[in-house]
Write a protein that binds this ligand. Structure first.
Ligand SMILES: [Zn+2]
Ligand SMILES: [Zn+2]
Length: 319
């Protein structure tokens, strides 16, 4: 499965947490939660050091990609694969059109002060809930599973690749970056459009279309948070500065120690609520403790990034 965040002209080997634990002694963080007894391990799932990576380059055929994915390898794309195709554009435009139609039908029912206020509340609620929802999703794929995890393996590999090479997301063309979210979302968007046409309440049409659109757009908001102000349109910088979009500073903190806070990638509004006194007293830590106590599974966030998945040095303009 392809990654949508990280990229390079190579594949890297994903390993199971237990395999990595057996292979290397861990460098566990000195967090309060670490009073929980568990075997030490290094950051997982991990990737081979750069010198050990399997070079793929132009010889990487679709069959080779499929075979690598089936073996649990994280397949990272070549520079050519950062470009948008007509298929990417079709999925992105199709989903956006369906969501716009649903929103339009919802707003067409706004004809009074009360319904105007209701639509405003629906949009605000969608904005906040998308921030919370994408933060939880980001936390999940950053901390659990690996490239071979069913359904989410590609996203997990992508987020790991992103932590290794965070600049790559900024090099993707818009529809290349967005289609992997808008493509699955288009089926839900079609359902929402159908409900709207069948006479669903206006508040539902406004809320659901806004929520789904913002969840998908979090991928682009995330990309913008990795770009310099000089590279962004003035309107985007203004929205970031106003706190309406996740800022470079806020998201930059997620890529620094202790690495297990600041998961929001829409506006950042939910970060203070979910992080608390990060990392010891965050919502994330409480959830991680509960999961560990109940299922014995440790999150990657309890460990310092190993050489195998920590951020690499950027050596060239393009990946
Ligand atoms: Zn992350
Ligand atoms: Zn990032």
């Amino acid at each position: 499965m392809q990654s949508s965040l990280g990229t390079s002209r190579h594949t890297v080997q994903a390993q199971s947490p237990r395999a990595a634990a057996l292979r290397q002694p861990g460098r566990r963080r000195g967090l309060a939660v670490l009073a929980i007894a568990a075997p030490a391990r290094d950051g997982v799932p991990s990737a081979q050091p750069q010198s050990q990576r399997q070079q793929s380059g132009d010889s990487l055929t679709p069959a080779a990609v499929a075979a690598a994915a089936s073996r649990g390898r994280i397949v990272l794309e070549s520079a050519e694969e950062l470009k948008s195709t007509w298929e990417h554009r079709a999925w992105t435009a199709g989903a956006c059109a369906l969501l716009a139609a649903t929103l339009g039908l919802g707003l067409s029912g706004v004809d009074s002060v009360e319904s105007t206020a209701g639509a405003g509340v629906a949009v605000l609620a969608a904005y906040f809930m998308a921030d919370v929802g994408t933060a939880f999703y980001h936390w999940g794929v950053d901390n659990y599973g690996d490239a071979s995890t069913p359904v989410f393996g590609g996203q997990i590999a992508a987020f790991q690749g992103h932590h290794q090479r965070p600049w790559t997301i900024t090099e993707r063309e818009f529809c290349n970056n967005m289609h992997k979210l808008f493509r699955p979302a288009s089926f839900f968007a079609a359902g929402l459009a159908g409900m709207a046409a069948a006479g669903a309440p206006a508040w539902w049409d406004v809320w659901s279309s806004s929520f789904l659109f913002l969840c998908c757009m979090s991928q682009q908001f995330h990309a913008w948070s990795h770009m310099k102000k000089s590279e962004l349109p003035a309107a985007i910088v203004a929205l970031q500065d106003a706190g309406l979009l996740i800022s470079r500073k806020d998201h930059g903190a997620h890529h620094k120690a202790p690495f297990n806070c600041k998961y929001s990638i829409v506006s950042g509004w939910c970060n203070p609520l979910l992080d608390g006194d990060c990392p010891e007293n965050s919502v994330w830590m409480r959830l991680e403790k509960w999961i560990h106590e109940k299922y014995g599974v440790e999150p990657r966030g309890w460990y310092e990034p190993s050489e195998q998945w920590k951020e690499q040095e950027r050596t060239g303009a393009a990946a």
